[in-house]
Write a protein that binds this ligand. Sequence first.
Ligand SMILES: [Fe+2]
Length: 238
Amino acid sequence: MFADPSGELRGTVTADSLQQVIDHYDAGDWRADRVLITGDLIQDDSAEAYDLFRELLLPLNMRMHCIPGNHDVRDLMKPICRRPPFSYCAKEEVRDWLLVGLDSCISGDAGGEISADEFDRLDAIISASTAKHILISLHHPPVALGSTWLDTVILYNGEELLQKLQAIGRVRLLIFGHAHQAYEEEHHGIQVIGTPSTCRQFKPGSKDFDVDDRPPAYRRITLHADGSSENELVWVDN
Ligand SMILES: [Fe+2]
């Protein structure tokens, strides 16, 4: 988002594009209980852009778990995204599942890492929970995606994170943003999922930065009591 509701990113009015995704959800039969928002909410470093984001999503009337991306400004994002029904890098237990949002951002760097403090926070959350299954969300992909330019700004300690999550033995899903493209692979026994943006997409497999012409998208994820899950990637065509 931009403070200006008519603000454009690479030729797309970002507020309109997000609204189009929300309208698509509203018009469908599939109903969600929660929204996971995986970072890069704003583009212009303004508190007003976060207000606009909040205003657009509030009518969904459900809990919304937010984590920061490299384009976010934590000090502006926190006060707005900590007001219910939004939450910021939160944990929540929902029946058999524990949902945890991690902060993977490094100030001044497009790439990310899970800091020692964030690993400690994660350990404490997981030790205190008896949930059978865990879903982790963070902004940066923990694995290379096969795109030369993008792979230089992923999670720098992705392998360390995946090994720690595997050792926990209850982590089933890891959801990331940042990549503006679809991704779904299993790593270390964990389903790793990336979802395209609600705005413009990046061209998969590109050597240099390149914008794709795919439409906005979102993903419908269903978590089952036995730890399995289903998901459907939804492209929002006009
Ligand atoms: Fe990002």
